[in-house]
Structure formats: C-alpha cells, structure tokens
Design a binder for this molecule. Structure first.
Ligand SMILES: [Zn+2]
Ligand SMILES: [Zn+2]
Length: 128
C-alpha cells in the first residue's frame, strides 16, 4: 500500500460523517499538501473495489465509509448528511433477491432518505 493510500484510509477512518471525495481531499491535504484530487479519487476507487472501504452510491454525491462491514444508512434530503443506522440487517434479504432475480447475489446496500434532526429543528424554528 502506498503512503498516499494509507493516509487516505487513515483520514477516512477518523470520521463517521461519510465524506465525499472532495471533503476527504480537504482532510488528506493537511497531511499531504501536494496530493491531487485525482489521486484521492483513484485511491478511493481502488480501496472500494478491494472491499477495504464502502462506497455509497445513494442520492447526491458519492460518499465513502471506512467501515466496510455492511450496515444501513440514512441520508438527509435537505443537507446531505449521512448517518449509520443502528439496526440489524434485514434477514434473508439477499436470498430473497437471488430467488426473485435469478442472480447470484454478492451484496447489497440500503440507504433510507429523510430529514435529519438538525434540519427538522431548523424547519420547526422557522415555522414559529
Ligand atoms: Zn439535514
Ligand atoms: Zn456508514
């Protein structure tokens, strides 16, 4: 693993905010001022292809997660904030999908959309 890739992975592992490539680039640049955005993109592609990180292709910009174990996410449609959902994986979801589609299912991602508590509070205070 290159030094650049290690720093990208370390910076991603420090946050739970599911950053976009641009946001991660800003973090990584503090350690490696001369790194390019293209290098960050390329390394994120490699890391997600090898299963070391999760790539979230939900609504809006693509986001990344150092927690590579499957878990569900919820994304705010107003501000784009993305959180982990502390809930169990739905049992037999992949078996059912395999049965329905005739595919050999190798994985799945589930992302819910909604309005986050901060945006809800903002909407409440504006309504008053
Ligand atoms: Zn929000
Ligand atoms: Zn996550």
């Amino acid at each position: 693993m290159t030094m650049q890739r290690r720093v990208i992975l370390e910076e991603l592992a420090k946050v739970t905010s599911h950053p976009t490539a641009d946001q991660l680039y800003q973090l990584v640049r503090r350690q490696l001022p001369r790194i390019s955005l293209g290098t960050v993109y390329r390394n994120l592609d490699i890391l997600s292809q090898t299963g070391m990180i999760l790539r979230l292709d939900g609504e809006g910009q693509r986001r990344f997660d150092a927690n590579a174990n499957n878990h569900y996410h919820i994304c705010c449609t107003l501000c784009g904030r993305t959180d982990d959902l502390q809930m169990k994986l739905i049992p037999k979801l992949e078996q059912n999908a395999a049965k329905a589609g005739g595919y050999q299912v190798t994985g799945h991602q589930l992302e819910f959309q909604g309005i986050c508590p901060a945006c809800l509070a903002k909407a409440d205070s504006q309504a008053e």
